[in-house]
Write a protein that binds this ligand. Sequence first.
Ligand SMILES: Cc1cc2nc3c(=O)[nH]c(=O)nc-3n(C[C@H](O)[C@H](O)[C@H](O)COP(=O)(O)OP(=O)(O)OC[C@H]3O[C@@H](n4cnc5c(N)ncnc54)[C@H](O)[C@@H]3O)c2cc1C
Length: 388
Amino acid sequence: MDFTLPKKYQLFRQMVRDFAEQEVRPRAKQVDIVGKPDMEIVRLLGENGLLGIPFPQEYGGSGLGELGYCLLMETMGGVCTSTTTTLGAHIGIGAMAIYLGGSERQKRKYLPDLATGKKIACFALTEAGAGSDAGAIKTRAIRDGDKYVITGAKVYITNGPIADVFSVMAVTDPNLGVRGGVTAFIVEKGTPGLSVSKEEHKMGIRGSATSEIVFDEVVVPSANVLGPVGAGFVNFMATLDTGRLGLGAAGLGCAEAALDLMGRYAAGRSQFGRPIGEKQSIQWLVANTAVEIEALRSLVYRTAWMVDTHQPYTKEAAMCKLYGSEVASRAIDRALQVHGALGYDRDFPIERMWRDARIAEIFEGTNEIQRIVIAGQVLRPYGVRVSP
Ligand SMILES: Cc1cc2nc3c(=O)[nH]c(=O)nc-3n(C[C@H](O)[C@H](O)[C@H](O)COP(=O)(O)OP(=O)(O)OC[C@H]3O[C@@H](n4cnc5c(N)ncnc54)[C@H](O)[C@@H]3O)c2cc1C
């Protein structure tokens, strides 16, 4: 067993680090203050080939698979969670739904533009009455000859206001339920009846765009059905697996950044005549964070390897999301404590990181739902049925 990151990935990580330091970190505070994505960063991400990392080169991607995607999310996660969220919604779920469920024609039509940032994707599943219970969606797609007419509304959709390509889940047959009655669609910006309504006013990741999306008799051709009719729920759940792995990687980056901030401050700040890092109370915060980071890194990299070697990984992806979000929240909370008043001061990045980290315990399935997914997989061999 060799845990060394292959040379190609080491070089890639260094390239992403350089990009993040030069282009993303200097604007991280500003995107939070302005409260919307910096489209110049998004453009540069596309120009530098960073928006198609997991996809094969034949679809305009970099062919670096999930490991490459996780390294991207880890590195960005330590620099700007807003930008990481924009990336995650675009690559990890919006475009990924097309890559995993799309026909050859759809992949060739949409992925090259998404991989270069010419177009931005979003993933529209959640509705006002269907959050954790994603199968309760009410958005309807009614067949009309070789077209479908979509009517309904989605809420809290990341990238909604900046998206050109919407991966959308709608009910095609209410009698069949989630297995058979729900279908995924690709809807393009500018289609009559599609509108982005209320933008959400968020506590954190304020530099990512989140909105409601309304479908008022939106007509899409049958060619825009994503995957087989009736298989939308399966497609979207598989897509969320990769999204959750990416969130675990982003949490890893956030926790690493928090530990680095703790170390620097513990060394430089003196009270009672000695650096605070010499106090056991601070050392324990550092030690606990370091252990959790190592455990999380192993979990994330191993899960990425499972994806890239075509093994089932639903349980591990849920673990990455659950553990990654909690490790990140704990780490940044500890870093805040180590910094005392400076941790609470808006002139320093920690309070932003603290607000930003919290969302990962909620979106792409709350951590309660992740525990249900994990318990279901662990208890299945024992004959125990786990249901939400
Ligand atoms: C900033 C942001 C961005 C988002 N981006 C997207 C996006 O791009 N695309 C998209 O489709 N959605 C997106 N979402 C929606 C997100 O995925 C949902 O908010 C999330 O799945 C939870 O749904 P809910 O908010 O309706 O909470 P609810 O489902 O109402 O849950 C409320 C509470 O009850 C708990 N709960 C619910 N059911 C159970 C159960 N069976 N057992 C135990 N506890 C339970 C939950 O864990 C939670 O604590 C986003 C949300 C936010 C806030």
